[in-house]
Design a protein around this ligand. Structure first.
Ligand SMILES: [Zn+2]
Ligand SMILES: [Zn+2]
Length: 441
């Protein structure tokens, strides 16, 4: 046996018989990390612990920037693991740090907030708070990131840098990620990853794509004012209901007649309030809705045209209109860095097999992860939950939404593997991905 062969046998022995040593690994050895982490995450004690954590959070759902108990539970678990953290970041946010404490830094993000929705699922761990529910899976996201924290902490000596664990408040519309960025959360962070559960694909599968994965999004609300009066004497009134109805129809022509058919966009009027009696024409009508696009240019253009159409179309019917765009709540396009996409394909492929890493189409939904990924290289993917032999899993934001708790181990292991491999392959990845930072929005 030559000296080289002897050394490699010793190295392989170290890899498989001791806690995984990940310095100076060959590509075969790197490819073993995801499966080793998955085996670790699927051990009954870790899997059960994640389920328990998730159920505790599920029972006590908290809305954006009110996640005080969730944040406390996270900090208690991090304390228990001996992981240092920063708190508070953006009111209830927590950032834990695992590894050398030195650069490079890679972040993993989980959102913590629930929705203002009454849970309709009858089970032992049903929401105890009337009108609030974890119906988007953020309770599972927190449990999976805590699971990843356990895996990483168990291998902390071998991390070639530092993993930052982002527990983020207020994803559902209040822009918690923006507040974390304002608080300096991204300082020194080289790349960031996040996942979202989905009932659309099979458990044990993931879906994703490079480039735009979720749309940029804005909201609008317009007050269309006329002159109220008796419904039987319309000539003495200026009818805002007719004006608002024409506005709704005109808005539909923005996408169908003005947008490039190959550049996906959405304008939806989802709110129409006016009048309260059969025989009274009201003074004003309020309408509101959302608009979506896959580039900053298209999003800004839609915003300008929505205002012009509302004001001008209202004027046709002698009404005045004011439009509010809640510009602080404008969401950017969620853009997946191309180099991190290749990294994800490699890591997830090693863990799940290439056939379980699926391409997906861009979705016109939005995520405030976009604010992270427009600042630094970022990557977002979906983790499947579908399993017909268990039950039908409803889509997010349904009052009947449930989690396939069997997939928590996959999420934890993917998080831990993506970060660990990123740090190991940092030289090559950071060099390429920085050149590939998206400057959208
Ligand atoms: Zn949601
Ligand atoms: Zn969500």
């Amino acid at each position: 046996m030559g000296i080289c062969k002897f050394v490699s046998v010793i190295l392989i022995f170290t890899l498989f018989c001791l806690p995984i040593s990940i310095y100076s690994l060959s590509s075969t050895e790197l490819s073993e990390i995801p499966t080793n982490f998955l085996n670790y995450a699927q051990k009954p004690e870790l899997a059960k612990w994640m389920v328990d954590v998730r159920r505790k959070i599920h029972e006590n759902p908290e809305l954006g920037f009110e996640e005080f108990e969730t944040s406390k539970l996270i900090r208690e678990e991090l304390d228990e693991m001996g992981i240092v953290y920063k708190h508070p970041i953006a009111v209830t946010g927590v950032i834990g740090y695992v590894g050398s404490g030195e650069p490079p830094f890679v972040a993993l993000r989980a959102d913590m907030d629930a929705l203002p929705l009454q849970e309709m699922v009858e089970w032992d761990y049903k929401s105890k708070i009337p009108g609030k529910m974890h119906a988007c899976g953020h309770d599972a996201h927190v449990a999976m990131l805590l699971g990843a924290a356990r895996i990483l902490q168990n291998h902390r000596q071998e991390l070639k840098g530092t993993v930052a664990l982002f527990f983020q408040p207020a994803e559902e519309g209040a822009g918690g990620s923006k507040k974390m960025i304002e608080a300096g959360a991204l300082q020194n962070i080289d790349a960031i990853f996040a996942l979202h559960v989905t009932a659309r694909i099979r458990a044990g599968s993931v879906s994703t794509r490079p480039g735009p994965i979720l749309a940029g999004c804005g909201m609008f609300e317009a007050v269309i004012s006329g002159k109220g009066g008796h419904a039987a004497i319309p000539q003495h009134t200026i009818d805002p209901i007719l004006a608002a109805s024409n506005v709704v129809l005109s808005l539909q022509q923005l996408v169908s007649r003005e947008a490039d058919p190959l550049d996906s966009q959405v304008v939806t009027v989802a709110k129409f309030h006016g009048g309260g009696a059969f025989n009274v024409i009201p003074d004003s009508v309020t309408i509101g809705g959302t608009f979506r696009a896959l580039s900053k240019e298209s999003l800004v253009n839609l915003m300008h045209r929505i205002e012009q159409v509302i004001v001008a179309q209202a004027a046709v019917n002698r009404c005045n209109a004011t439009v509010d765009f809640f510009e602080d709540d404008l969401y950017s396009v969620t853009y997946n860095n191309e180099v991190l996409h290749q990294h994800f394909i490699n890591v997830a492929g090693d863990m799940l097999g290439a056939e379980r890493v699926q391409d997906m189409k861009t979705i016109m939904g939005s995520e405030d992860f976009s604010f992270f990924s427009e600042q630094i290289p970022g990557y977002f993917f979906f983790l499947g939950m579908k399993n017909e032999s268990l039950r039908k899993f409803e889509t997010a934001h349904s009052p009947y939404f449930t989690i396939n708790e069997g997939v928590l181990s996959y999420g934890a292991a993917l998080h831990a593997s993506l970060a660990t491999r990123y740090l190991l392959e940092f030289e090559a990845l950071s060099h390429l991905s920085k050149r590939n930072v998206h400057d959208e929005l």
